[in-house]
Ligand binder design. Structure first.
Ligand code: NDP
Length: 289
């Protein structure tokens, strides 16, 4: 039986460390680090995420600036708001909650964010800095996965890692982070042939697919460490639903040495890493630490 990697407990510790860092920053800079969150439209899931980010910011002692715009906001108006936030000295980090309404060019909006305030790590500048080994902001979900892996395994050098999924926000930055740690990295996707055989070679498996319980126990190398990024809502009988990951958790626990649960694994790390990145952005801007 493998161990459960408790992302919730790790994230609580990280949030505590960030809160200590915020207190020290306040003492040195005479102000709190500030995160601006922009939400366009009324997507219920996005509204829940924005609320959680606001609460986490306030709990860590940060300033949270929420900007809620109607779904029919013209693109030019959103771009103007981002420019205004770029210029605002009280704002250290800017996050635009995705997805945006169809009439708005998502990439154009993200590219308008000042790279020094890009705490989500989604701009081409941040992706390029990661790819070329320079200091920059790393997307929060893969950063959280890396922290959990290093906490569990220590030195990752020489380990073979398979990442299932190649999105810009999870799969690709995860691969680059593990390459930076000197893992031997394979990126699998929907066209990968014989995925179970590919996964079976891995010491580290990161599943970021969006398909409920796709990764089965018999796909895993005994003793592997499994990070499940997937969040899938599935029927749970009696008109109820529940959340499951991309990995069959019970089967994986029988074969792997450690597995992240869903919920309570990667999910809580994402917001904790957003706070971590915002504090970093504030410190870099004020040249503190
Ligand atoms: P995307 O839909 O952008 O990417 C999914 C990836 O999975 C694609 O690269 C796709 O391949 C690949 N894929 C799809 N089907 C298969 C298959 N049958 N076999 C192998 N690969 C497949 O998703 P995201 O990266 O944005 O998110 C992935 C999951 O992580 C989702 O469940 C999402 O909800 C969750 N998530 C969780 C977060 C958290 O905080 N815990 C944060 C962000 C995401 P191809 O490129 O070929 O189409």
């Amino acid at each position: 039986m493998g161990d459960i990697i408790d992302g919730k407990a790790f994230a609580a510790r990280l949030r505590g460390e960030v809160a200590d860092g915020v207190a020290a920053f306040r003492a040195a800079a005479g102000r709190a680090p500030g995160l601006a969150v922009v939400l366009v439209g009324e997507d219920p899931a996005s509204a829940v995420y924005v609320r959680s980010k606001h609460k986490a910011c306030v709990a860590a002692g940060m300033e949270s600036f929420e900007h809620r715009l109607p779904a029919d906001t013209p693109e030019a108006e959103l771009l103007a708001l981002i420019e205004q936030l770029n210029a605002d000295p009280a704002v250290d980090g800017i996050l635009v909650q995705l997805p945006l309404p169809k009439h708005i060019d998502e990439m154009k909006v993200i590219e308008t964010i000042d790279p020094d305030k890009d705490v989500d790590g989604f701009t081409i500048g941040s992706a390029g800095r990661l790819a070329t080994g320079q200091e920059g902001f790393v997307a929060c979900t893969p950063l959280g996965c890396l922290m959990l892996l290093k906490d569990r395994l220590g030195d990752l050098s020489g380990k073979s890692a398979v990442i299932i999924g190649r999105s810009n926000i999870v799969g690709k930055p995860m691969a680059l982070l593990l390459l930076r740690e000197s893992c031997t990295v394979t990126i699998a996707h929907s066209r990968t042939q014989d995925l179970p055989a590919v996964v079976r070679g891995a010491d580290i498996v990161v599943a970021a697919v969006g398909r409920p319980e796709m990764v089965r126990g018999d796909w895993l190398k005994p003793g592997a460490t499994v990070i499940d990024v997937g969040i899938n809502r599935v029927p749970a009988g009696d008109d109820k639903t529940k959340l499951v990951g991309d990995v069959d958790f019970a089967e994986a626990m029988d074969v792997a040495s450690a597995v992240t649960p869903v919920p309570g694994g990667v999910g809580p790390m994402t917001i904790a890493c957003l706070l971590h990145n915002t504090l970093e952005a504030a410190k870099r801007r004020e040249k503190i630490g």
